[in-house]
Design a protein around this ligand. Structure first.
Ligand code: ADP
Ligand code: MG
Length: 456
């Protein structure tokens, strides 16, 4: 990232905002600021006084972050620091309109700025989305829809839990479509902003503008549809938009945290249409996919970390990719700021990952005995069989899994575990490493262990 580019984007943002509402306090405060430097992915902005800093932090920091992230095509953070000595450049005003700043560096001002119009964040691409068995169909359909919109899968409906990449996917559809059709009208919006826009349209007697805008789209991407659940009027309006776009074969994509039939209080006709869409779930990624996602994120940051830590994260953060990202960032910032490279034990000691871990935490407070008891129950065998001498394949496998799980979660040494299992410590190490290796390549066993842990 080049600081000069960021300065340019910052100025562009002020110009864009002034076009919308030149008297907004946002503008006057933003003019008290200058982009100073970039540190990793944090943009440092200096601003004239405490008041401007507080105002910006409370009101517009998220907009600045989004605007610049979009332009820079990567996720950035903003840090604001007061510096009374900064020099603020005078903004040029055009002759006729004293109060509106001259637009600078808009490369092709006559053509329609479809990216800005769309509300898409350009960071989200299919290229930087990792495919795995649990999202494969959703990704394939998304790619198809972005390349052949309005044809086979219209509408496309994707649902799944938090942090599984739904927003990433739906935005990638829009970005790919716009790359191929640069002047098209695409809108990406989430349920609650859509509702707000509809309501404010009515309040300001511009409901028709709203209708027109959405009915003239080439592609409509509605994220977090469940946020419209209590919005009866908005969902009626959405039905009309749906009809209009459908009749013109314009592609629509809907994302929600639940399948259509579980949506409550949504216009019945609309729900009915959703139920006829191509409905695809995204499920939590498998261990292997989680590993690949971590590797990809590290590549994005052009860095790498200890394999053991990567595996620990993939093992313990199982459902929310946002948490995986959070854990990586918190490790990297610790490493860079404090100038130390903690190993896995130190990370666990210092609880660096504590807030991100999604595996069952109750398992960590259990004794080895009660873990073994739960595992026996899960497989429908006796504890005494796990702790006994049986060499049957079935029991040996369960015993190895039990040794693996207790050595990961109990915090006990392999010698201590050896005593519990009535084996020597080398047997524990052997079982632990064997299962850990298998888990990496064998999806079946990796799922089985995730399910087992979740059930404990
Ligand atoms: P959702 O909308 O389902 O809550 P997001 O799309 O916001 O989830 O994803 C959360 C974060 O995780 C985003 O930064 C996204 O880029 C990242 N992410 C999720 N799934 C993947 C994946 N399969 N490959 C790469 N990054 C992913
Ligand atoms: Mg989302």
């Amino acid at each position: 990232m080049d600081v000069n580019n960021i300065k340019k984007y910052f100025d562009e943002m002020i110009v864009t905002l002034s076009d919308e509402d030149k008297d907004s306090p946002n503008i006057s405060f933003l003019r008290q600021c200058v982009v100073d430097s970039i540190n990793n992915n944090t943009v440092n902005i200096l601003c004239k006084g405490e008041l401007a800093k507080n105002y910006i932090e409370q009101n517009i920091i998220a907009d600045i972050r989004n605007f610049i992230s979009k332009k820079a095509e990567q996720n950035i953070e903003i840090s604001i620091v007061v510096d009374q000595n900064i020099e603020i450049d005078e903004i040029e005003y055009s002759e006729e309109e004293q109060s509106i700043p001259v637009k600078t560096n808009t490369t092709n001002s006559s053509s329609f700025d479809s990216i800005n119009y769309s509300g898409l964040n350009r960071y989200y691409k299919f290229d930087n989305f990792i495919r795995g068995t649990t999202n494969n169909f959703a990704v394939a359909a998304s790619i198809r829809v972005s390349e052949q919109p309005g044809k086979e899968y219209n509408p496309l409906y994707i649902y799944g839990g938090v942090g599984l990449g739904k927003t990433h996917l739906i935005q990638s559809i829009g970005n790919t479509f716009l790359e191929n059709n640069p002047n098209s009208r695409v809108i990406y919006i989430d349920g609650s902003s859509f509702r707000e826009e509809f309501v404010s349209g009515i309040m300001s007697k511009r409901a028709n503008d709203f209708k027109k805008k959405y009915r003239s789209l080439d592609m409509f991407l509605l994220d977090d549809l469940q946020l419209l659940e209590t919005a009866q009027e908005t969902s009626k309006e959405l039905f009309d938009i749906f009809q209009a776009l459908d009749s013109k074969n314009k592609q629509m994509v809907f994302v929600s945290d639940r399948p259509p039939k579980e949506l409550q209080n949504i216009e019945a006709r609309l729900k009915n249409r959703f139920e006829k869409s191509l409905i695809l779930p995204i499920e939590p990624p498998q261990f292997e996919t989680r590993l690949a996602i971590i590797e990809k994120k590290l590549q994005d940051y052009s860095t790498t970390i200890d394999k053991k830590i990567i595996e620990y994260l993939a093992q313990n953060i199982t459902t929310d990719i946002r948490k995986l990202e959070g854990a990586i960032k918190s490790y990297l910032s610790m490493r860079d700021i404090m100038n130390i490279t903690p190993n896995l034990e130190e990370c666990i000691d210092k609880e660096i990952f504590k807030n991100y871990i999604t595996t069952n935490t109750s398992i960590k407070n259990m004794t080895v005995k009660s873990m073994i008891k739960s595992i026996a129950k899960y497989y429908g065998v006796e504890e005494s069989e796990i702790l006994g001498q049986s060499r049957s394949k079935h029991i040996t496998r369960i015993r190895h899994i039990a040794m693996y799980i207790t050595s990961i979660y109990s915090g006990k040494s392999t010698t201590e575990l050896g005593l519990e299992f009535r084996k020597d410590h080398a047997s524990i190490i052997f079982a632990r490493d064997k299962i850990s290796e298998k888990k990496k390549t064998d999806l079946h066993i990796s799922n089985e262990i995730d399910a087992l842990i979740a059930s404990i």
